[in-house]
Design a protein around this ligand. Structure first.
Ligand code: SF4
Length: 293
């Protein structure tokens, strides 16, 4: 039996961790970028980002004023009782975290322009569900900032454009985005499926740890090629020049309709916020993205 209260408490903690403390792999990638950046302006931007990250962690305050739109990914064990309470618990957690962390209210009705003030609304927080074998509940949160989301893109390419078409679309997207997504960014890319499936898979790849090559060697090679091509644009940290435009590239795919070739690029800013925890059937909670005392 999963207690709604436990889910709510864990989700509040995940939101707090996500917005105040970058996962270790992202910090390591930013530190490496700082060491290797040769452009003095780009290097100073990376230093400012790292100082900001350190201060946010020390003071337990959000690392960016835009704390994003709240998206949860839930892997629910099929043997869990009380699954019907999880959605409500995640919604309550979002309201509590908005007040307590705090989070910036980022949920606006697109027709009335009214902000709900508590980061909830129609389909917000958005919850992606996956039913898996077992009796554990894994919850991940991905608060997604607006600046990087605004330059994410979907291309409905022609199948004959193939891998060359994918590369061109991704690099054109990065060049078009310029400074807007607060580089250095992380690229979540998905190819195939339909328009919705590609976008969903692309965003989900942003939950994967950095610097872990794709287990598919062909895709690992493509990730590396795209990383090098993106970093040769010279856009650099915060768009002010340098060789660190992208920290990492993650690719996923789905089989496609013979006539369709969707390519989704979801861009994540340097504030690559995510946090995950597993709730076990005995109520034990294990935070898997961050060290929690
Ligand atoms: S793109 Fe990211 S770092 Fe830039 S303002 Fe938005 S949330 Fe903050």
């Amino acid at each position: 039996m999963v207690s709604g209260r436990v889910v709510e408490n864990v989700a509040v903690k995940l939101l707090q961790l996500a917005v105040t403390e970058l996962p270790y792999d992202v910090k390591v990638a930013l530190q490496r970028a700082y060491r290797e950046e040769e452009n003095p302006v780009g290097k100073s931007q990376l230093k400012a980002i790292l100082d900001n990250v350190e201060l946010a962690e020390k003071t337990c305050t959000p690392m960016c004023q835009d704390t994003g739109v709240v998206i949860f990914y839930v892997k629910a064990g099929s043997k869990i009782d009380g699954l019907d309470k999880i959605g409500d618990a995640l919604r309550k957690a979002t309201i509590r975290a908005t007040k307590d962390v705090p989070l910036r209210p980022n949920s606006v009705n697109p027709f009335t322009q009214k902000n709900t003030g508590d980061n909830t609304g129609k389909h917000v927080p958005f919850i992606h569900w996956e039913v898996v074998p077992g009796d554990t509940l894994e919850i991940s949160v991905l608060p997604k900032g607006g600046g990087s989301e605004n330059v994410s893109a979907l291309g409905m390419l022609s199948p004959n454009q193939g891998t060359t078409g994918i590369k061109k679309f991704v690099i054109d997207t990065i060049i078009g985005a310029g400074a807007k997504p607060c580089p250095p960014t992380i690229l979540g890319i998905a190819v195939g499926g339909g328009a919705d499936i590609a976008m969903k898979l692309a965003k989900k790849t942003l939950l994967k740890p950095l610097n872990q090559p794709n287990p598919n060697p062909e895709l690992a090679k493509l990730e590396q090629e795209l990383l090098e091509a993106a970093n040769s644009t010279g856009i650099g940290p915060m768009g002010l020049g340098g060789k660190t435009t992208v920290l990492d590239v993650k690719i996923d795919y789905a089989h496609r309709h013979p006539a369709s070739y969707p390519v989704a690029v979801v861009i994540q800013c340097w504030a690559a916020r995510r946090a995950s925890a597993v709730i076990h059937s005995d109520g034990q909670v294990e935070y898997i993205s961050h060290k929690v005392e």
